[in-house]
Design a protein around this ligand. Structure first.
Ligand SMILES: Cc1cc2nc3c(=O)[nH]c(=O)nc-3n(C[C@H](O)[C@H](O)[C@H](O)COP(=O)(O)OP(=O)(O)OC[C@H]3O[C@@H](n4cnc5c(N)ncnc54)[C@H](O)[C@@H]3O)c2cc1C
Length: 495
């Protein structure tokens, strides 16, 4: 058993999963977390007798959690609920609400009036994206890259038939697959799951259509998403991992190429043999380590994902007209999607996502009530620094949702919390409130994403959304595997 001491800064899913992998190998692990409880963005809000998932409400690629559990030799700590239907989409001005099923026949029936030969077109789209997934998942997604040539070599191993996808956007790919704007809009929503729009998401990410519609689907957790965090924290404590909350890292002490300690805001030094940073891998390098490559002006010029405006409502009464996951889109998709993150469209008629977690988890709301979560993807603080209008925007959304769902929500609300990007920035140190970290442009993925191994300090590593492979819960779990592999390789051990 190794007695090396490891400090992980951040108790987000990336920090917790890395701690689990390393503690399972016998390392002495300590976690330092800025917030008052674990989870990072995967957090829980409890208020007025209601519970809400603070950020993530579902995930795909559940097999990445299987891999984590199996490789650490633990019993499955939480129970999945697979969702079917996956979600609904309501487009303003169109009478039909689209219910999105994994079942292809049921799905095809939804598009009967809109897209001729939908089933054949969807099958072709899924076949193409399945092949892309199979050809890239091990070569690109599940790999550490040691150099640019190493990365390029892996890319050259991807069959040439996928090359056109490198040069187009997700929207263009969907335009090639479907004729109706309805099908294009609905299946482009995966772009928003990456925190971007289909107009600026590379077509290679269309593989998410295959992952979500066919390969794995969507999952929720019995008892709520925060069960993931609670159960991991419990196992980690049983393994001897130490947690320190309300501890924000603000400095670092290093000698030559070795990080000696990290310093918290009270001035306390925390020393260790190895350090893993779960704070944002780009802004930590800039703001704490003062690296010129990540200076404020360079961070500012990077592409960041959407910032969240989130609304948590306790509702008196039941909301039978809503599913667990629902999207409400307007009728100006191109104009809205192209302008929203740059603050170029009006928030009079925002697009938003609605989640009713009490549908699957009755303990989220008192008897006869529902807990309701609304996420409106918004510009980050670079483009919209002033959120004094958050109440007004939230009210617009609540009124729009009332009109479209058939409930007078204003009369049903018994609890209300609104978080805008500056709250998200200050809660978890998210750069300018960007909800999902660095965006996934071709020049910000793979070798071009901030590495999980520090460029200068040989005992410093990173894990989470802004390092490889990317954002979202399953990617964060993969990130913990890649980071752990790096640490163990450097110590000449096998993962
Ligand atoms: C509103 C919203 C909805 C989302 N919905 C989904 C979804 O439905 N499905 C999905 O798969 N993904 C979703 N995501 C994305 C998902 O939440 C993230 O990709 C994932 O949780 C990132 O985990 P992480 O460990 O990288 O980072 P984080 O969760 O941000 O964890 C990093 C931790 O480090 C701490 N920290 C930061 N700086 C310091 C410091 N200096 N010192 C000490 N601690 C520090 C933070 O407080 C935080 O706890 C959503 C994100 C948001 C914002």
């Amino acid at each position: 058993m190794s007695q090396k001491k490891i400090i992980i800064a951040g108790a987000g899913l990336g920090g917790l999963a890395t701690a689990l992998r390393l503690a399972s190998k016998g390392f002495d692990v300590t976690i330092l977390e800025k917030h008052h409880q674990a989870g990072g963005r995967l957090n829980m809000l409890e208020k007025d007798g209601f519970k809400f998932d603070l950020g993530p409400t579902f995930f795909s690629m559940s097999y990445e959690f299987d891999e984590l559990v199996q490789s650490c030799g633990i019993d499955y700590p939480f129970e999945f609920i697979e969702l079917e239907p996956l979600f609904t989409v309501n487009i303003d001005g169109i009478d039909q609400t689209f219910t999105i099923y994994k079942d292809l026949d049921k799905l095809s029936a939804q598009f009967e009036l809109f897209e001729p030969d939908f089933k054949a077109k969807m099958e072709a789209h899924l076949l193409k994206t399945e092949s892309l997934y199979n050809d890239t998942v091990n070569r690109i997604v599940h790999r550490n890259f040691n150099s640019l040539p190493d990365y390029l070599l892996q890319i050259t191993k991807v069959p040439l038939k996928h090359t056109p996808l490198l040069f187009k956007t997700m929207w263009k790919e969907l335009c090639d697959s479907f004729e109706s704007k309805e099908a294009r809009m609905v299946f482009s929503l995966v772009g928003f799951f990456l925190g971007a729009t289909p107009f600026d998401t590379p077509a290679v990410f269309s593989l998410l259509n295959y992952v979500e519609m066919k390969h794995d689907g969507y999952h929720n957790v019995k008892g709520g998403m925060y069960k993931i965090v609670e159960s991991l924290e419990k196992i980690l404590k049983e393994k001897g991992v130490k947690f320190h909350y309300n501890t924000e890292i603000t400095g670092a002490v290093y000698e030559n190429s070795t990080l000696k300690s990290i310093t918290d805001s009270s001035g306390k030094h925390w020393d260790a043999d190895i350090f893993v940073i779960n704070a944002d891998a780009a802004s930590f390098r800039g703001q704490i380590l003062k690296r010129p490559k990540y200076s404020e002006s360079k961070l500012n010029k990077k592409k960041w994902t959407m910032a969240p405006l989130t609304i948590y409502l306790g509702i008196k009464g039941k909301l039978d007209n809503l599913q667990h996951h629902n999207y409400f889109l307007g009728n100006n998709f191109d104009e809205y999607a192209k302008g929203v993150f740059k603050n170029r469209v009006s928030f009079q008629k925002p697009y938003y996502y609605v989640n009713v977690p009490s549908k699957n988890n009755p303990e989220y709301a008192p008897e006869g009530h529902e807990s309701l979560f609304i996420l409106c993807p918004s510009p980050d603080l670079r483009f919209k620094p002033d959120w004094n209008d958050r109440e007004e925007i939230a009210q617009n959304i609540i009124e729009d949702l009332s009109r479209r769902s058939g409930y007078n929500l204003n009369e049903m609300i018994v609890s209300k919390t609104i978080l805008s990007p500056e709250h998200w920035e200050s809660m978890f140190n998210l750069y300018k409130g960007s909800g999902l970290g660095l965006a996934h442009d071709m020049n910000q993925i793979g070798w071009f994403r901030p590495s999980n191994k520090d460029e200068e300090l040989k005992n410093l590593y990173y894990v989470g959304a802004s390092t490889i492979p990317g954002t979202g819960l399953p990617m964060t779990v993969i990130s913990s595997k890649l980071t752990t592999t790096r640490v163990l390789e450097d110590l000449n051990q096998k993962h």
